[in-house]
Design a protein around this ligand. Structure first.
Ligand SMILES: Nc1nc2c(ncn2[C@@H]2O[C@H](COP(=O)(O)OP(=O)(O)OP(=O)(O)O)[C@@H](O)[C@H]2O)c(=O)[nH]1
Ligand SMILES: [Mg+2]
Length: 621
């Protein structure tokens, strides 16, 4: 690659609507080169380095559709409204930072945190702590960008500008430069995007060939084009589904997403956040529009698979487990508010919290909804909560919700099969969290009042660190001391003694993938108990069968029991012994069969999951 060419680096300005992103970009005095859902301002940094400042329109920010364009190799400028009287700008910033880091596995993409509208506030400390939690934040810049305050904040604006230039330079140093030939291709791509939002792969190859860009260089060139926003190129997606058209016009995605998310019929008819393939087709195939530069945006059916895959890739849609190719859950279409009436019985329910040390990313709960949506009770699901009724175990219900401000995901499970349903829900959260190892959370189990054995009740908020609770349980403790009281471990877990070694331990093993000794220990214990009982019974039978024993019963020492009585007692003892041995063995066999059944169900569900994934990729091909 020609290292003498020109460098273009993208700075992406993100933040909620009306925080002052556009004013901040205007303050940098670049030249607007493209308008539409994404306004791109060209800002000359130095002779060989031009920055493209990307500014998203309000609806793109609102839908979260700016996620399509977040890439490593950019600089992010996160703008928050420091003057906002209500809400929690810190929380908003954390949500945005989570989104940013979701597309940057190494957390290397630099972020400049701008607290705009500083003219309205002086509370600096509450933002600075964010810099400690997110190491990719390079600096914190309180300022005011609107024209009326620019004179007052000229110094602060200059500090921000210098920092931005430094980050752009650093980013450019790690990037190959565009050669003149490549710039010619870019020009042609821009022209082509006016005719059609997509360019067929063979035409792109032809353009490259004409400019002497050989096949070996083409993959790097595509990455570079994607980083600079000229083409949307997502290699994994293209490879997996064999897409052979490159998307040239980013507005095609933002317009399509906006159209689906704001389709009235969808919002009102379902109100439960589900979109079917037929609806995607119906809404988009007849939709043709032009963006602000006069480019035509059309959505023929052959392009819609690409559309939904990109939506899935960026967490706007989630494929439903039962029909991953035909039905999607769209969290943004779920009702925002908790239903007024929920008939969930809180009394006696098993309560559990995942408390996050950093913020709780939104996709964690979205994935939880996707995982359990077939159990949704009376369509009672909203953006922050879900009411479930298990389809297999009768009358067993769960209520799960999130408090983003406090960073807590809570669950309550009630009904006769809590001991089975809770492990299932718990395991699914662990499975989701496993994908985001940097997320730290603590788990707390609440103590049920009815499980109090001794001591003063410590109220409904008495809880235990779940890890310690489990350690105690694994060590065979049947009591847990917590707060002012001592609690019955079995009752807290809603389990009977026979349940103590299954369900929960199985789910924990699945979640942590560590071999828990508990199940093995309990099987050993059962085996030991069975052999002990059998041993005792054999001894009794041997004794009552022995001549000495019979003689003793029949002797003068025993005036009350005759020989006939003695044989009767012998038969009774023998019968009880055989019954006990059979009973214990049968229970053990039944329990093992039940474990096998649970395992089989899990395998079947895993198999269905993998099968649907494979069929999904085959159908797309
Ligand atoms: N007081 C004050 N108001 C500001 C400042 N910066 C911007 N505003 C006002 O905030 C409003 C939104 O500014 P924009 O720059 O359009 O915000 P935006 O983030 O681009 O908004 P959207 O594109 O709609 O998401 C306008 O009314 C501005 O005048 C500031 O520093 N101080
Ligand atoms: Mg704006």
């Amino acid at each position: 690659m020609n290292m003498m060419g020109k460098n273009r680096v993208r700075a992406i300005f993100v933040g909620n609507r009306k925080v002052g992103k556009t004013d901040l970009i205007r303050a940098l005095q670049g030249k607007v080169i493209r308008k539409g859902d994404i306004e791109i301002t060209e800002w000359p940094v130095e002779t060989n380095l031009t920055a493209h400042l990307w500014d998203f329109s309000a609806h793109v920010c609102e839908n979260g559709a700016y996620r399509f364009f977040l890439r490593a190799g950019c600089v992010y400028v996160l703008v928050i409204d420091a003057g906002s009287p209500d809400g929690n700008p810190n929380q908003t910033a954390e949500d945005q930072l989570e989104y940013l880091s979701a597309f940057d596995a190494d957390a290397r993409t630099p972020v400049l945190l701008v607290a705009n509208k500083w003219d309205k506030t002086l509370k600096e400390d509450r933002y600075r702590c964010l810099c400690k939690d997110y190491p990719n934040i390079q600096g914190f810049y309180p300022l005011s960008s609107s024209p009326e305050y620019r004179d007052r904040f000229v110094h602060e604006l200059a500090i921000f500008e210098t920092a931005l230039v430094e980050q752009l330079r650093k980013t450019a140093e790690n990037q190959p430069r565009f050669s003149d030939n490549q710039l010619t291709v870019i020009k042609a791509l821009r022209q082509a995007s006016q005719q059609d939002s997509f360019l067929e792969k063979h035409l792109f190859d032809e353009l490259c060939r004409q400019q002497g860009i050989d096949e070996k260089q083409r993959e790097d060139f595509l990455d570079l084009l994607d980083q600079s926003g000229e083409i949307i190129y997502l290699p994994n997606l293209y490879r997996l589904y064999d897409f052979n058209n490159y998307l040239l016009n980013s507005s095609w995605l933002t317009h399509g997403a906006h159209r689906i998310l704001h389709e009235n019929a969808l919002r009102h008819r379902h109100g439960i956040g589900i979109v079917h393939w037929d609806e995607v087709k119906l809404i988009l195939t007849h939709y043709t529009t032009t963006d602000e530069q006069g480019n035509t945006l059309s959505y023929p059916e052959k392009r819609l698979r690409f559309f939904v895959r990109v939506m899935e890739e960026f967490g706007i849609f989630y494929p439903s487990r039962d029909a991953p190719n035909g039905k999607w859950i769209v969290p943004a279409l779920l009702p925002g508010d908790r239903p007024e009436r929920l008939d969930f019985e809180h009394g006696g329910a098993l309560r559990f919290d995942f408390r996050f040390e950093t913020s709780l990313p939104r996709h964690v709960f979205n994935l939880f909804i996707v995982e359990h949506y077939t159990d949704i009770h009376n369509q009672q699901v909203w953006q922050r909560g879900i009411y479930l009724k298990n389809r297999i175990w009768p009358d067993t219900k769960a209520l799960a919700d999130v408090d983003y401000q406090a960073g807590v995901l809570s669950m309550e499970v009630t009904g006769p099969h809590v001991d089975l349903y809770f492990p299932e829900l718990y395991a699914s959260v662990l499975k989701i969290l496993k994908r985001i190892p940097k997320l730290k959370c603590k788990q707390f189990l609440y103590m049920n009042e009815s499980a109090l054995i001794r001591g003063k009740s410590s109220g409904k908020d008495a809880h235990a660190n779940f890890e310690e609770f489990l350690k105690g349980k694994a060590a065979g403790k049947y009591e847990h001391v917590c707060g002012l009281g001592t609690y019955d471990v079995q009752k807290v877990l809603h389990s009977t003694p026979r349940d103590m070694d299954r369900g929960l331990d199985v789910s924990i093993r699945e979640g942590t993938e560590k071999k828990s000794p508990t199940e093995r220990d309990s099987i050993n214990t059962i085996a030991a108990v069975v052999s002990a009982i059998a041993g005792v019974m054999t001894t009794i039978i041997t004794i009552i069968n022995s001549e000495v024993f019979l003689d003793l019963w029949a002797s003068d020492f025993n005036p009350f029991i005759s020989g006939a009585w003695a044989s009767g007692i012998k038969a009774l003892f023998g019968g009880v012994a055989v019954f006990l041995v059979l009973w214990v063995t049968l229970r053990y066999i039944l329990r093992q069969l039940r474990n096998i059944w649970l395992r089989l169900r899990r395998w079947v569900s895993d198999f269905r999951h993998w099968f649907s994934l494979i069929s999904k990729s085959l159908i797309d091909k």
